[in-house]
Design a protein around this ligand. Structure first.
Ligand SMILES: CC(C)(COP(=O)(O)OP(=O)(O)OC[C@H]1O[C@@H](n2cnc3c(N)ncnc32)[C@H](O)[C@@H]1OP(=O)(O)O)[C@@H](O)C(=O)NCCC(=O)NCCSC(=O)C[C@@](O)(CC(=O)O)C(=O)O
Length: 283
């Protein structure tokens, strides 16, 4: 191979993947332009997440608020599908990474991933407010559209277990504390609260803001786009998933199903019946 061919091969190789995240050469690792050895020991895990996703280091306050949201959603016990799945997978003899992946795979629109839709929903309302609508009118118009055109479940609201999800009011309270110090402006907290109040009026009962909706408030306040809200929930819940997968793997149970043996499912099919005589089947 000629030198020119080698050179163009190297250039092709260098352009195969393009990333602004990391630079590497023998003995050198740079994240977003910072030497890894300078970051190690000086940058917290939430600040590292921010740097990786956003390209710049956060202020201490921004990293602290991000850490608050990440810390709030780590676990919800084996009542939560993601945690139950981590534990069940661990009893099947798979490695810890497989147990984690199984659990992470159920975080979606309904469980753990609804922050993505919630933040888009809040964002639509924020845009209407930027266009001079009052908060109450903007929320009302978005909910009208939701209940007429989209229907279903308002993202970020509702909990099958808690009448009030205790994580949500605390997260909103902390968001307001950070807003009072000028770290964030608090608009998504106002919007989420107004959505919860208006849905309660329309439905005649409180459908509480849940952890997905409340963490979406913080991620939105910090300027993360909606899809990253889901990714951040996954990062956070991975901590609980790992803890449960590990704890379960230390117990002796094998092939543990979702219900105790004596609790069977409700069978809704045909009653027990004899197999038809040979040749009498239609298919
Ligand atoms: C979460 C759940 C399925 C719960 O359902 P539920 O079982 O309570 O409600 P259903 O029986 O379906 O409905 C009863 C009545 O309330 C009405 N209703 C309920 N929600 C309503 C709503 N959002 N908008 C309008 N109306 C609503 C419904 O229309 C009906 O009204 P009606 O027909 O008049 O009787 C439901 O809210 C929902 O999909 N939310 C949107 C998606 C969302 O935000 N997901 C995140 C949830 S947090 C999470 O995933 C993390 C977790 O916390 C999980 C954990 O541990 O579980 C953890 O940490 O792991």
């Amino acid at each position: 191979m000629s030198d020119a061919e080698k050179q163009s091969g190297r250039e092709r190789g260098e352009h195969w993947w393009q990333t602004g995240i990391i630079e590497m050469s023998p003995g050198v690792i740079r994240l977003r332009g910072y030497e890894i050895q300078d970051l190690i020991g000086r940058v917290s895990f939430p600040a590292m997440i921010w740097l990786m996703l956003r390209g710049e280091l956060p202020s201490e306050d921004q990293a602290a608020l991000l850490g608050i949201a990440l810390g709030a959603a780590v676990d919800h016990g084996p009542q939560a599908p993601s945690i139950a799945i981590a534990r069940m997978a661990a009893t099947c003899g798979v490695g810890i990474n497989s147990a984690m992946a199984s659990a992470i795979n159920v975080l979606g629109d309904v469980h753990g991933g609804a922050g993505e839709q919630a933040l888009s929903f809040y964002g639509d309302i924020a845009m209407a407010i930027d266009g001079e609508a009052a908060l109450g009118d903007a929320v009302s118009a978005r909910l009208d559209r939701f209940f007429i055109e989209e229907k279903g479940y308002v993202p970020g609201l509702g909990h099958r277990f808690h009448p009030v999800d205790p994580r949500a009011p605390r997260l909103l309270e902390l968001t307001r504390e950070f807003a009072a110090r000028g770290v964030v402006n608090g608009r998504f907290a106002d919007i989420a609260e107004a959505v919860e109040a208006q849905v309660a009026r329309r439905k005649g009962k409180v459908i509480p803001l849940n952890i997905d909706g409340a963490t979406a408030v913080i991620y939105g306040e910090l300027g993360f786009p909606p899809p990253l809200t889901r990714g951040l929930f996954v990062l956070s819940r991975s901590v609980g998933i790992l803890a449960h997968a590990w704890e379960q793997s230390q117990q002796s149970e094998r092939n543990k199903g979702p219900l105790p043996r004596e609790w069977l499912w409700a069978y809704t099919g045909m009653p027990a019946r004899p197999l038809p005589e040979e040749g009498a089947t239609s298919g």
